[in-house]
Design a protein around this ligand. Structure first.
Ligand code: HEM
Length: 405
């Protein structure tokens, strides 16, 4: 730990319920804080964006998982070693280029009608009920259905292996409190998923289809630039990332329930306001708590000396509420300029590859939701699950009055 740098109270479960007053108070007095592992946390937008951009600080490698107790030979270790998240430079560009075109904004905009179709079908199914269990009925199945359509996975191919993976939040393996149980569950789920994906690739080689699996396997066969492990990890990373969309979708519904005047404005013209609602929810409740980076060289940054490879934690919630970038940042306000982007998808070389899919899903899901609810109220006071890496509510149930009711 570094002396004279304040420490985030991460051992306190209350901090996880609402860390924002802590960020605000610290930001007013300090340029940086540190987490309980002693990693420096920039508190201001500009410093945080600089640390994520990928020049003086670069993505942490497999050492993050090793710090959490995963060892070479563990399925999680093998899987993560092949992930683009731990690559830099040419190898990173090479692997990323395989999926960039397929996940382009243009392609994702073209699936918006499909997203709406799934959203309406889920809401139809729950329409007899005054109460909506947000995760169970809407926020969990919707990104999964969109992902299955996009990837070309039929219900028959969504075997127990993918189901196992969606029960374990892999992102939490990077978090502050990894339990032996989580390690075991994550290793088992990832191994099943890797085996399953290998089987799907083998199938598409024999029976090609018009889907991402076939596209990736054919691109590999033609260009030969992806290893078998990279191919598998790329696909399962994309599949697993739908969980982040789920957490933002649930957060958006929570904030609309808490802010009836914002919900009314959104309902008055969903097409006009959907982008504002999505971007404001992303800013206000970033799905991923922190991005782990490390110092590329020995250097002084934010007035502090860093050794080469020293880790740094970019806490997205702290950066996303810097008053220098957002007026009255503690206010949830869908009228903000949506082009003033937050740090929720990262920045620079590792900028989220699935941001266009996530945005299209959130825009359409939230618009369909508000069109179908004349009034929304919280039926429970949800709690954020503490000590995890992804902002997750334990359970969110809302009461709603539908237009036809
Ligand atoms: C609201 C939902 C999502 C959020 C908040 C989110 C956030 C992020 C963040 C913070 C990163 C790391 C950036 C960094 O390390 O600098 C990332 C990377 C990534 N995301 Fe997402 N993500 C979301 C949805 C998705 C979806 C739906 C997909 C796939 C379709 C996806 C695919 C990826 C991939 C492949 C990377 C690694 C990119 C690289 O290292 O070059 N994400 N995402």
């Amino acid at each position: 730990m570094r002396e004279a740098i304040p420490v985030l109270p991460m051992a306190d479960p209350d901090y996880w319920q609402d860390p924002y007053p802590v960020f605000r108070a610290l930001r007013e007095q300090h340029r940086v804080a540190q987490n309980e592992q002693g990693h420096v946390v920039p508190l201001h937008w500009q410093d945080a964006a600089w640390a994520v951009k990928g020049t003086d600080f670069i993505a942490e490698g497999i050492e993050v998982l090793e710090r959490r107790g995963f060892k070479p030979g563990d399925p999680m270790h093998t899987w993560r070693s092949n992930a683009i998240g731990v690559m830099e430079g040419e190898s990173h560009r090479r692997v990323r280029s395989f999926a960039t075109g397929a996940l382009s904004k243009r392609n994702m905009d073209s699936i918006r009608p499909l997203i709406r179709k799934h959203a309406h079908a889920l809401l139809d199914r729950a329409s007899g009920e005054a109460e909506l269990d947000v995760h169970r009925d809407f926020a969990s199945p919707l990104p999964r259905l969109v992902m299955m359509d996009f990837l070309g996975i039929g219900p028959d191919e969504l075997s127990g292996s993918f189901a196992a993976m969606s029960r374990v939040n892999i992102v939490d393996c990077f978090g502050p409190r990894v339990t032996p149980e989580l390690r075991t569950a994550a290793n088992e789920a990832i191994q099943k998923s890797m085996d399953h994906v290998a089987g799907l690739y083998a199938k598409r080689r024999v029976e090609p289809r018009d889907d991402l699996l076939t596209h990736l396997v054919q691109a590999k066969d033609e260009q030969g630039a992806l290893s078998h492990g990279e191919l598998i990890t790329l696909f399962s990373t994309i599949f697993g990332s739908g969980a982040s969309t789920t957490s933002v979708l649930a957060s958006g519904i929570l904030e609309l329930a808490r802010h009836p005047e914002q919900a009314a404005l959104f309902r008055s013209d969903p097409e006009r306001w959907k982008r504002g609602v999505t971007e404001e929810t992303l800013r206000f409740r970033p799905a991923i708590i922190a991005i782990g980076q490390k110092s590329a060289v020995a250097q002084t940054a934010f007035g502090i000396p860093f050794a080469k490879e020293e880790p740094i934690a970019v806490v997205l919630g702290a950066a996303n509420r810097d008053p220098v970038r957002w007026d009255d940042p503690e206010r949830f306000d869908i009228r903000r300029d949506p082009s003033n982007m937050s740090l929720t998808f990262g920045m620079g070389a590792h900028f989220c590859l699935g941001h266009a899919m996530a945005r299209a899903t959130l825009d359409e899901a939230l618009a369909c939701f508000i069109e179908r609810c004349e009034e929304i109220a919280l039926a429970n006071e949800p709690r954020w699950i503490p000590f995890v890496m992804e902002n997750k509510l334990d359970r969110l149930v809302i009461r709603r009055r539908t237009p036809s009711a």
